[in-house]
Ligand binder design. Structure first.
Ligand SMILES: Cc1cc2nc3c(=O)[nH]c(=O)nc-3n(C[C@H](O)[C@H](O)[C@H](O)COP(=O)(O)OP(=O)(O)OC[C@H]3O[C@@H](n4cnc5c(N)ncnc54)[C@H](O)[C@@H]3O)c2cc1C
Length: 429
């Protein structure tokens, strides 16, 4: 009996339950990765982000013989089934909206060919369905933390067949790659092992410092097992473990309230009269709002395809509550650029930041002037991404409403806008 193992967001051999399980049960296993142009197009995974994915697949190919196909998932699977004639196909289960759709498609093709389809649970510390439905993070976390399972998967030693099928080298020329150095999948393991978890809680909110782990792309593509990350963090930073819990909370919410994909979690926040003014949207997307903390964030995102969490929150809050632009527009912008883009986590956080999501606090305010003062006190972050303002005294960058900067004038006055936002959200002034 031989099997195909379809890699998706679990691009590693070590501590990979799905791959390990397939290798234990079958003498011969064909490891497979499919570059599906439809998925790449939908996720706008081109250029830099595709280069990162290719490096990740390359790293995997150095550890096992990996077959790589380029084409529609169903066509590639048909080709594999025709050449290899497996009895089973294994892959990880998926809890994202698009991941589920793809798994259903794979299941259908398997069914048509009489191949047994097996999903293996992976990429989470706790099964999202095992926690009773919770709408608020803290009670979720209490339940979640009791169920964390860190049992390591056996290291597989598969017998991989030699077949006339392509590998990454043959597929690479078909992909539109662009040089990308800001993140390297090969650095994940070292980053995890050297990350000072003890100082995470103190430093994590300051974007000018190297206080956050920057492991999100490694997690997004499954380059590290969550169990390994959890084991490193446990006992050294409860705050870090809580962040891993946040990731799983958004999946839990998506499972129980699937409508959040494109609809506000809070019913009372459906139908907010968004202004969606074109000039505001453009200023935001181009990083020319005149608020240095917001513009620096957009520049970091465009240059590095990653953004510090504090700045993500400032940006999202600014777009929705200060500019009164529909959060879905911002969500799509992050989707287009984030290396760690994860549809469920992105939607959850955008809704939370826009005060329309799973958050018991009725209306959070992120004043960009106070946020900049508090979290970028020396302006190291703003000056890095806005070098044209680097010569100015820091207090001027903090407060573009009190100082006239040689730069884009503020697109709106925060203090005037916030009363409008409260009205639009139905919040008493
Ligand atoms: C508007 C907005 C959109 C976001 N979109 C995404 C996204 O598409 N993909 C994504 O992975 N994260 C997203 N986040 C969450 C968070 O910003 C990133 O996970 C984090 O900044 C990644 O950097 P890090 O690895 O250094 O995080 P660390 O602070 O080192 O945290 C460690 C890990 O915990 C998880 N984590 C941390 N914060 C959150 C959070 N708020 N929600 C869920 N998981 C979290 C991540 O897996 C992260 O890698 C978003 C946040 C906001 C406010």
């Amino acid at each position: 009996m031989r099997a195909v193992y379809l890699f998706k967001r679990d691009l590693r051999v070590e501590d990979n339950r799905g791959f390990s399980y397939a290798c234990q049960r079958h003498q011969e296993v064909l490891p497979l990765f499919i570059f599906d142009p439809q998925i790449l197009e939908e996720l706008k995974v081109q250029g830099e982000r595709l280069s990162y994915l290719v490096k990740a697949v390359e790293q995997l190919s150095e550890k096992i013989k990996l077959y790589c196909l380029y084409g529609k998932t169903e066509d590639c699977l048909r080709e594999i089934f025709r050449v290899f004639r497996p009895s089973h196909l294994y892959t990880t289960s998926s809890y994202s909206w698009s991941g589920r759709e793809r798994n259903q498609l794979v299941r259908r093709v398997c069914h048509d060919f009489g191949v047994e389809y097996v999903e293996v649970f992976e990429n989470f510390l706790v099964r999202p369905e095992s926690v009773p439905p919770r709408k608020v993070y803290t009670p979720f976390y209490q339940e979640w933390s009791k169920r964390v399972d860190v049992q390591v998967a056996e290291r597989p030693s598969p017998k991989v067949p030699e077949l006339p099928l392509p590998t990454l080298e043959q597929v690479k020329p078909l992909l539109k790659l662009r040089p990308f150095e800001a993140f390297d999948p090969r650095a994940c393991k070292e980053r995890l092992e050297s990350f000072p978890f003890e100082s995470y809680e103190e430093l994590r909110n300051y974007p000018a410092l190297d206080g956050a782990s920057k492991l999100s792309p490694c997690i997004r593509f499954g380059l590290l097992s969550l169990r390994e990350i959890y084991r490193q963090a446990q006992g050294r930073s409860e705050q870090f473990v809580k962040e891993l819990g946040w990731r799983e909370f958004w999946y839990h919410v998506a499972l129980h309230f699937p409508e959040v994909k494109d609809t506000e979690f809070q019913e009372k926040r459906r139908g907010i009269p968004w202004e969606n003014r074109e000039e505001h949207i453009q200023a935001f997307l181009e990083g020319t709002t005149g608020y240095p903390i917001v513009d620096a964030g957009v520049r970091q995102l465009l240059q590095e395809k990653w953004l510090h969490n504090r700045v993500r929150m400032i940006l999202a809050s600014f777009l929705a509550k200060v500019l009164l632009v529909d959060w879905r527009i911002g969500e799509a912008f992050f989707k287009e650029h984030l290396l760690d883009y994860d549809e469920v986590v992105n939607v959850g956080n955008w809704q939370w930041s826009a005060s329309v999501g799973a958050d018991p606090k009725p209306f959070r305010l992120f004043n960009p002037i106070l946020q900049a003062r508090r979290y970028d006190p020396d302006c190291g972050y703003m000056k890095k991404y806005l070098p044209e303002l680097a010569h100015l005294p820091c207090e001027e960058l903090h407060d573009p409403l009190s100082y006239s900067l040689p730069y884009h004038p503020p697109v709106v006055n925060y203090y005037q806008r916030i009363s409008l936002a409260k009205k639009a959200y139905g919040v008493p002034s």
